[in-house]
Design a protein around this ligand. Structure first.
Ligand SMILES: NC(=O)c1ccc[n+]([C@@H]2O[C@H](COP(=O)([O-])OP(=O)(O)OC[C@H]3O[C@@H](n4cnc5c(N)ncnc54)[C@H](O)[C@@H]3O)[C@@H](O)[C@H]2O)c1
Length: 258
């Protein structure tokens, strides 16, 4: 079995770095033409260059997915070039480590504007193109924090819980149109987002060793691990999977503390 996504058009939000880049590279490797969205132009173009370097097809589309006007323009641009969108990966997001008192209303709104409302905006404006594709797939990137979490990350955990809930309802709404909707919940994945957290720790190496040791597989994930799962979920091999929330965390979420 080999996944073949030739002639498929895929949009990945936040694909200029980390998990989004890993997903974009994997989809392109399977033959899809990847529309690389990011709010950071330089990062988006770097991902496109990496895809070109592996002989894949990609195009950068710079937009902040929390801005509805920018999202509308993004889809006008896509509709001007392509007849349909086969794969939508809602990946763009960021986290916030703050206690509830330190989390200002602006912090709260910003997390929700990107991690939840951004996903809603992109999905809403993508629908016409997804329906036109005939057989489309949406993959939303939630987090282990939607199910199991730690102190001082309430806004992010709430937003990611919302991402999981959206997947359950949307799978039922869009199934009749031939659109599958799945969610994945990564645990620790080595990306710039995780690097920022590690860099803020007093002893980076010790923290990383400790985090690795929590995992039955002895390591944290890579963007390539996530890209492989998303590519499978976007492919015909997953044609009977919708409404699922798949953990991808090296076994982290099986553990009780003792
Ligand atoms: N890294 C992890 O351990 C981890 C674990 C679970 C879930 N996640 C989720 O995976 C997704 C990607 O995380 P990551 O670790 O790769 O993050 P990252 O910060 O390394 O990369 C995120 C990318 O998204 C872009 N982006 C951010 N806001 C945007 C916006 N409004 N519009 C367009 N682009 C935007 C950034 O410019 C950046 O290129 C996020 O939704 C995150 O919550 C990450």
């Amino acid at each position: 079995m080999q996944i073949q996504l030739a002639n498929k058009i895929a949009l990945v939000t936040g694909a200029g770095a980390g998990i989004g880049r890993g997903i974009a590279l994997a989809l392109a490797e399977a033959g899809a033409t990847v529309l690389v969205n990011d709010q950071n132009a330089e990062s988006a173009y770097e991902t496109v260059a990496q895809i070109a370097g592996q002989n894949g097809q990609a195009q950068a589309i710079v937009a902040d997915i929390s801005d509805e006007r920018a999202v509308k323009q993004l889809f006008e641009h896509i509709a001007g070039t392509y007849d349909g969108l086969h794969v939508l990966v809602n990946n763009a997001g960021f986290n916030l480590f703050k206690g509830i008192v330190d989390t200002t209303p602006d912090d709260w709104d910003r997390i929700f504007a990107v991690d939840l409302r951004g996903l809603y905006l992109v999905t809403r404006h993508a629908l016409r193109l997804l329906q036109a594709a005939g057989d489309a797939s949406i993959v939303n990137i939630a987090s282990v924090h939607a199910q199991l979490t730690v102190a001082n990350i309430t806004a992010y955990a709430a937003a990611k819980g919302g991402v999981v809930a959206i997947g359950r309802s949307l799978a039922q709404e869009l199934g009749p149109f031939g659109i599958r909707v799945n969610t994945i919940s990564p645990g620790f994945v080595m990306t710039p987002l995780l690097e920022r957290w590690l860099d803020a720790e007093p002893d980076r190496a010790a923290t990383l060793a400790r985090v690795n040791s929590y995992h039955p597989l002895g390591r944290i994930g890579t963007p390539g691990d996530i890209g492989a799962l998303v590519t499978f979920l976007a492919s015909p091999y997953a044609s009977f999977i919708t409404g699922a929330n798949v953990p991808i965390d090296g076994g982290l979420s099986t553990r009780l503390m003792h």
